[in-house]
Design a protein around this ligand. Sequence first.
Ligand SMILES: NC(=O)c1ccc[n+]([C@@H]2O[C@H](COP(=O)([O-])OP(=O)(O)OC[C@H]3O[C@@H](n4cnc5c(N)ncnc54)[C@H](OP(=O)(O)O)[C@@H]3O)[C@@H](O)[C@H]2O)c1
Length: 327
Amino acid sequence: MAKRIEFQQYGGPEVLRWVDVEVSDPGPQQVLVENKAIGVNYIDTYVRSGLYPAPSLPSGLGTEAAGVVKKVGADVTGLQPGDRVVYAQSSPGAYSEYHCVDQDKLARLPDGITFAQAAASFLKGLTVYYLLRQTWHIKPGDTFLFHAAAGGVGLIACQWAKALGAHLIGTVGSAEKAARAKAAGAWATINYNQEPIAARLSELTDGNKVAVVYDSVGKATWEASLDCLRPRGLMVSFGNASGPVTGVDLAILNQKGSLYVTRPSLNGYIRDRETLRIASNALFSLLASGAIDVAVPASQQFALRDASRAHEALQGRRTQGSSLLIP
Ligand SMILES: NC(=O)c1ccc[n+]([C@@H]2O[C@H](COP(=O)([O-])OP(=O)(O)OC[C@H]3O[C@@H](n4cnc5c(N)ncnc54)[C@H](OP(=O)(O)O)[C@@H]3O)[C@@H](O)[C@H]2O)c1
């Protein structure tokens, strides 16, 4: 037997339960991983609330962790018991002491990268990789807007942008978060609780605005984000922290300058072992060089059984950078 977090109905953090579970054998293409550090992602709150419904109830939660391979399925190649690995985009259930994961969701962990670093950065770093390298190819000297810049994805984006020689303008909800984003490499910040986003961005860019906006806040920032774009700019709407964007009249894209919009997801870009290998190598080399630091303070490392507290902190906007669950 092992322990995991489970929920039987959708709702707030209080629906999460600490339960006993049988440890199952991996399927032919799967690997059984003993989790050592588990990543907390905002998407987990959407699954728990029912915004993104789980395949069935009761359900496990979480899709990202780092740990040690315990067993491999009959058709698995290139991995064996004892290997250190990290995974993202697993079936729901990574908030668990053990989890069976499809082999094409796993990467072998380089020696210098700890379980905590890996679980704090894998899903979020792969996301930043596809956003900055593929959805729009950010080049040295480019200036762009990235919302929630002091969050888990956001702090990695600040550091990745700096490594690319690009100017990330980050929105944040407090002065402390502004300082954190600046320290991580943001070129400028906008406190969206105090300053009008589009007017401030226009000042920062001498009226030029930006060619691309990355918006994971959703409902609260949708229209201001469009106002930050130059004619024919790209709005990348990749999350719903304030609620989903719905009921859009496409004419708004015409009115605000023949704009483009995309609503991407990680599994639309990391589709197989080869795309995962390329993206994870790019992330691992930035972690290994120190260009990306994902140290998680003790206040954001929660015991696995306290997953509900981690969700309260994340949704209460009390976190900076990544949070972890430790089995
Ligand atoms: N599409 C994809 O492929 C993909 C992949 C990974 C993540 N995401 C999205 O990226 C976003 C960031 O994920 P994360 O795990 O790194 O979370 P996070 O950024 O650490 O936490 C969310 C942040 O959003 C900001 N926020 C703004 N309005 C909010 C509201 N009404 N309620 C709560 N927070 C609000 C808060 O920062 P301030 O206090 O500074 O406002 C908060 O800290 C999420 O929207 C997630 O769904 C998308």
